[in-house]
Write a new protein. Sequence first.
Lengths: 165, 151
Amino acid sequence: MPNLPTLLKEATALVVAGCLLGLVINHRLVWDAFSGRLDAAAAGADSVADLTVFPAPVLLDELQTLMAEEAVVVVDARPAELYARGHIPGAHSLPLLNPEEALATFRHTVPVDRSVVTYCSGYGCQDSFDLAMRLILAGYQDVRIYEGGLPEWQAAKLPVEGNEP
Amino acid sequence: MTTWRRSLLTASRLLLGGVFLYAGAIKAANVTAFAGQVANYQILPYAFNYLAAALLPYVEILCGVLLVIHWRMRPALLVLGGLNLVFMAALTSAMLRGLEIDCGCFDPSGTTGTSAGAALLRDLGLMVLIVMIWVLEEAGTRRRSGGARTV
């Protein structure tokens, strides 16, 4: 059996070396993340991979307030059939699966300086996040995610628009 | 060590080293996307997702290199084993909380779509590989130097 203290020492040194390497190479990103500077809009990004900003989550009460003040445009990232069955009142349909055409229409009707909130099927669903990134890429400066999604909205007994409310 | 055992050791460490080199490199190439994947697990606070995404790939790359060049293997195996346990814990936690996440292990842009369960199984396989390489390395060096070993 190898010398355990030496083994642990070398393993620690290895982890530290890797961390230092990563820190040196990514120091600006890490600094931006901890200093809160990642809220700036992503101008000029060529793809989602280039974006260094992540949309912030919004809670149910805050969303309701924003909707009451008509301060946000709500966007449903789920497929069209699910949207038709039931969605948050006033939400636009922007299915993640076919974003390009719907996105073009959306951009015509909603100026990029409007605040947007995306949602989908709840905490386990990543589509709202992916759609939010696409919207940021399309130039929308203030995009947030309502992570609770339709399940939380319905659980709170809030009204739902659609064919099967 | 017999020839077939030596071949097995070489093939295994090259495979494992290669896997972690590849996984580390692909994540290092796209840190912000990987940070997004880490954030999906909803374990770390906001900025720490970025920190983890910035550091982890390079630890993987370093360990992968060590395995490939067959130097300081045991510390590298220990670190990889530890990392693997952490990944498996995170995946299990995600599964228990019902989070539907794309693993993000081998493709930070999330286009390949590995479910948490499949990723868990894969990590289990890697664990077996790690243990096997350790055992083979132990057997080999014991025979070479008659018992006394540093690392």
